[in-house]
Write a protein that binds this ligand. Structure first.
Ligand SMILES: [Zn+2]
Length: 137
């Protein structure tokens, strides 16, 4: 583990000099990396008071909530779980006439996820469109 300790020493030197361990930017006192690098890695830790979580508009896309609070989407998901909110909370007010692709983009989720939500809320995997087939009936 010689390599590791070398890297560690170099990081400590940089930290002592107030330089980010990942880039040449200056860091805040006592921090190993600058804010830009920290948020890039998604490790920017911030304590959100319960009141703020309760004031969140959970119908917003998760990425948007995360952006508003300055936390990761994982943090938002965990918070939603600990608040006991159902996972599909924001899927109760959806225009299901839109395609999976459109809904996926709008809500920042995968098309597979939209398809599952559609099945759950509409009982079908497809948009509710009337299809008239000539020659039948
Ligand atoms: Zn940096």
């Amino acid at each position: 583990m010689k390599n590791h300790s070398h890297q560690y020493r170099s990081q400590m030197r940089k930290a002592a000099a107030g330089i980010c361990v990942r880039c040449p930017n200056p860091t805040a006192v006592g921090k190993l990396e600058c804010d830009a690098c920290a948020s890039k890695r998604g490790v920017k830790k911030r304590r959100i008071p319960l009141a703020r979580w309760l004031a969140v508009h959970w119908s917003l896309p998760i990425k948007e909530i995360a952006g508003l609070l300055g936390v990761t989407t994982t943090t938002v998901t965990n918070a939603r779980k600990s608040l006991g909110l159902p996972k599909a909370y924001r899927w109760t007010n959806v225009d299901w006439s839109k395609t999976d692709e459109e809904l996926a983009k709008k809500n920042a989720v995968s098309e597979y996820y939209v398809s599952r939500m559609r099945k759950k809320h509409c009982g079908t995997h497809w948009p509710e469109v009337e299809i008239t087939v000539e020659g039948e009936e």
